[in-house]
Design a protein around this ligand. Structure first.
Ligand code: AMP
Length: 663
């Protein structure tokens, strides 16, 4: 797994690393701070550096030495200082500044490496609060791994103590400094020997059905086109030694005829045929290859990675009860999704395989108890997983099949540091699966870091497909009239209607819920400020029909599967058009029809053109007002461009780029 093994080496350019004690300053490429031009101009012609090194009263460091990072933090709006152990600064910089550039491009933040006090180096982050928080998270991920306590089951400790004195050397000036080359080599050796002592992973369980093997390439291509237009290829270089992508299976039997108990479980569910992602993913996963599934919830992706996982668990050489720790890890971005996966997993009984769902807000003690009794599958949100791994309640060394579900969303939610931390000790020869609805740079980077020659399967979005079975209506209203119109709608609902009302902010969701309750309209609410148990109860009430109105933020826009949902109401239009697709896709599923009603105010004009495209694509009526809005917005952008002001995201009342309301 070369990418994985090389990663830290690449990030550790010893030559460019500021030596401890040195007064080293590294500048990223040009940065012009938004609140004043010209005071800092990158490596060349920089102005008054001291402006940017202004650390205020930042002496309130609570940190220890370099191994105890996370010291003071000073937040000044679009600038934040963090202290990083000097010995890890090289990782932020990268070879020739490559890493710092990558971090900046990825997050839109700017990074300045400042002075070192010996143990620690001052790093200043500039940008929007979002950008700063993102880049800080990435920096944490880059620097924190070496802070981990020594792994629980390190094997060779006695032979080579690795005491700190072993890794010191004298630099040209005769000062004693850490010999990073030696320390890195030692660390790599330790990891290597630790992994080498593990039993080999059995990965290939696939015996291709002769009919599948005999499918002519033209037939395979035709079949893929006809099934949600499946696209499949090696994600990165298709190296000569790699096997060609396997043909899809058309029937359940073609995938699992050698595993009759699995087939029985599928038959119990009454499914007619494999979903497109399953058809293509099962041969790849059963063959032991890494897979990236670009597919959304509702495509059958959970079963796509779950059934091969069951076979993988059962097929290893060491009996399950003698393994150190669980075998399969499934990471999901939210508690709701983790619980949904858990529910799906519990539908399939195979040879007594046990699972546990670990999520923040759930009963930690109980979760630890279940883990300690021994489980085979861990389904977890990144925060709680990391918490239990760090507290050593969970031994992750034996995870040999890992799923990062909805990777794009995990990154959106800022979980990259937790993912990186949690996976750091997992054996690199594991099988890794990643699902994602989209394929942005961050997800690509994760794939490069953690996967080996993955095969990528893209299937058309079911949410997008759902958009075709949903009647999409727009209502043009003033912001102040939204509540009144909503109330009229709810009063006139049929008793069999089931409605989600999407709000842009948690505060709006709370307000609407309160108003409805005061008016005697029963409803539930789902947003990030509610306790986990309340969120589960809210979903449960909707699913079982105790209530038929759910007021939610975008925490419910993807993934949540409420059968019989008849209406989606966008009280506030979403900030991103993708979110519109996901919200609308909550209804009109599984062959049913649905109605999406979106309230549009003049503030939403920036979305008009994108919305028109979606409506056109789904053969919906395009109201004249929407067309006019789109034209006005484009004219405004043009006008601003001519005036030299840039188009921007006008019409958002100056809110564009502001802090995003967290779910
Ligand atoms: P998922 O995309 O994993 O969230 O799955 C969405 C729903 O599709 C779940 O309720 C599954 O039980 C169901 N499902 C999975 N595979 C199939 C299949 N082959 N045919 C019909 N439904 C399926």
């Amino acid at each position: 797994m070369s990418n994985f093994e090389d990663e830290w080496q690449e990030n550790e350019p010893v030559a460019t690393m500021p030596a401890p004690q040195a007064h080293a300053t590294y500048h990223s490429r040009e940065y012009r701070p938004s609140r004043g031009r010209g005071s800092f101009g990158g490596a060349r012609g920089r102005g008054n550096d001291n402006n940017w090194r202004d650390r205020g009263n930042n002496s309130n460091s609570n940190g220890g030495g370099p191994s105890n990072r996370r010291n003071f933090q000073q937040n000044e709006g679009n600038k934040k200082n963090i202290m990083v152990p000097s010995n890890k600064v090289g990782r932020i910089i990268g070879k020739g500044g490559s890493k710092i550039r990558e971090l900046e491009t990825e997050t839109d933040a700017k990074i300045k490496i400042g002075d070192s006090n010996g143990n620690e180096t001052d790093v200043t982050l500039f940008g929007t609060p979002d950008a700063i928080s993102k880049v800080e998270g990435l920096i944490n991920g880059l620097t924190e791994d070496y802070n981990r306590p020594p792994p629980q089951d390190r094997h060779n400790d006695s032979a080579n103590s690795g005491g700190s004195g072993d890794f010191l050397k004298q630099n040209e000036s005769g000062v004693q400094v850490i010999d990073w080359d030696k320390l890195n080599a030692f660390y790599d050796e330790q990891q290597q020997s630790r992994w080498e002592n593990l039993p080999p992973i059995i990965k290939d369980f696939y015996k291709e059905d002769p009919e599948v093997a005999a499918m002519p390439p033209a037939e395979v291509a035709r079949w893929r086109r006809a099934n949600n237009d499946i696209q499949v290829k090696r994600t990165f270089d298709d190296k000569p030694g790699l096997r060609p992508v396997p043909n899809p299976i058309i029937t359940f039997e073609q995938a699992f005829q050698h595993y009759p108990e699995i087939l029985d479980e599928i038959y119990k569910q009454g499914f007619k045929q494999p979903s497109p992602i399953q058809s293509q993913a099962w041969p790849i996963l059963l063959r032991g290859e890494d897979l990236i599934g670009i597919a959304q919830t509702g495509t059958g992706k959970t079963l796509a990675f779950l059934l091969p996982a069951l076979i993988h668990i059962d097929g290893q050489t060491i009996p399950r009860d003698q393994r150190e720790g669980p075998t399969v890890l499934i990471m999901a971005p939210t508690r709701e999704l983790a619980l949904q996966i858990d529910k799906e997993v519990s539908k399939y009984q195979y040879r007594g395989i046990k699972s546990v769902c670990l999520y923040g807000g759930g009963d930690r003690k109980e979760q630890i108890k279940v883990v300690s009794k021994g489980v085979d599958i861990v389904i977890a949100t990144p925060g709680r997983l990391n918490d239990l791994v760090m507290a050593r309640h969970l031994n992750i060394i034996n995870f040999s099949y890992i799923v990062l579900d909805e990777a794009d969303r995990m990154l959106d939610m800022g979980f990259e540091p937790q993912i990186r931390k949690s996976l750091f000790d997992v054996r690199p020869d594991r099988q890794t699966v990643m699902t994602s609805a989209t394929w942005p740079a961050g997800v690509r980077r994760l794939a490069e870091s953690y996967m080996k020659d993955p095969i990528q399967v893209n299937v058309g979005s079911l949410d997008l497909a759902a958009v075709h079975t949903v009647t999409q209506q727009l209502m043009f209203v003033d912001e102040d009239d939204k509540e009144k119109v909503l109330l009229e709608f709810l009063i006139n609902m049929e008793p069999t209607d089931k409605v989600i009302i999407f709000c842009g902010k948690k505060a709006t969701a709370t307000h609407i819920t309160t108003e409805l309750c005061l008016k005697g309209i029963e409803c539930q609410s789902l947003h990030g400020d509610r306790d986990q148990s309340d969120r589960e109860a809210a979903l449960g009430d909707m699913v079982d029909g105790t209530v038929n109105i759910l007021v939610a933020t975008d925490v419910a826009s993807r993934g949540i599967d409420i059968k019989d949902l008849t209406h989606v109401i966008n009280l506030d239009f979403p900030r991103h058009i993708e979110e519109y697709v996901h919200r609308v896709g909550r209804t009109g599923r599984a062959g049913k029809t649905g109605i999406a009603l979106s309230f549009i105010t003049r503030n939403d004009w920036a979305h008009a053109r994108e919305l028109i495209k979606i409506l056109e694509e789904a053969n919906q009526e395009i109201p004249d007002e929407l067309e006019t809005m789109a034209q006005r917005f484009e004219a405004m952008k043009l006008r601003r461009e001519k005036e030299g002001g840039g188009g921007g995201r006008g019409g958002r009342g100056g809110r564009g780029g502001g802090r995003r309301d967290r779910w």
